[in-house]
Design a protein around this ligand. Sequence first.
Ligand code: NAD
Ligand code: GLY
Length: 366
Amino acid sequence: MSHIQTISVGLGDRSYDVLIGDGALTESVKRLPALIPRGKTIIITDETVAPLHLATIIKILADADIAARAIVLPSGEATKSFGQLETLVNAFLESGMERSDAVIALGGGVIGDLVGFAAAVTKRGINFIQIPTTLLSQVDSSVGGKTGINTRHGKNFVGSFHQPCLVIADTMMLETLPDRERRSGYAEIIKAALIGDYDLFDRLEAAGAHALSGDTLRDAVADAVSFKAQIVADDEREQGVRALLNLGHTFGHAFEATAPKDIIRHGEAVAAGISMAFRYSVHLGVCPSKDADRVEAHLRTIGLPDGPKALAYSNWNTADLVAKMRDDKKNSGGRITLVLARGIAKAYIESDTSEDDLAKFMETRL
Ligand code: NAD
Ligand code: GLY
């Protein structure tokens, strides 16, 4: 029988818990009245999640004597916009939300990032609770306080750090998740393992395709959250070690930004990006090629792209991709910063990348 795991994100007086497991929502009932002291809240969700899970959440809140009204936004990345930010901020202000009130983000990373940012800027910061419903949001985006929206200049280019006051990652909610979304979210679990948790990678590799479900997945969610919680506690504002969480993301964001909208899922781009990071590390002579082979073999077993050639788009242009990589938020002094690896679970930050060499290497892999 599964049980609920509680992982604390240690940030002094802004510390909070992440509840993980089948039934975490029911478990959370006793905590909610303290977080929503005036007994009323707003749940923000999307059009896909609302018919599947909204009624359950409203019932759980009612059991805790909390009245909730819902705002249902369109599903998809386009919702992380200035327009929807304004909608939410106005809704929070019109319903008289105070700083000690908490609103609830019910959905994947899109809803979590948008609601978190709207909460951050309303009255200079009201509270919010994350109820992540995708695997990606349970293992990554709901934890750590990065919030934001997209602009025409780039994804997540407007945002803030604003930590939630509770994260409820009920793994039962993943039962309604399409397989493609599940695999996409799994990429962030592999990412955590490859950065610095060798035992986790070893277990996932041994489980093969079974890693995508059951107890193996639930334990992996908890391990990935625990890994991220430690990094966030050490470096909340990404001044150093937190940048490691971008393994696969500099390449991945470039793939996502270059391909036509909605063809590639975020996790698929990250998986292809992880393969690129490992292969580039091999190219630089810092990583054994057998480690890159193992990483790619596991990605294939899971049904994730093991490189850009396996993505659902192929019309790449190296110069465009490198230009996107140059726009990355991690860069400084105009140089591309990459997260590379000296092997499995040995990621490091490389801020002295030669663009020429990188472009030549990329040509060979596209
Ligand atoms: P998403 O929120 O778009 O969800 C993916 C799809 O699954 C959507 O269509 C959604 O409606 C649907 N869905 C959600 N839960 C479901 C469920 N239980 N059953 C069935 N369908 C469900 O995307 P995502 O992959 O969760 O998140 C991607 C976003 O997260 C991106 O905007 C990315 O920038 C952001 N992100 C943020 C961080 C961070 O640290 N803040 C980290 C990683 C990614
Ligand atoms: N997803 C990367 C981070 O939270 O820092």
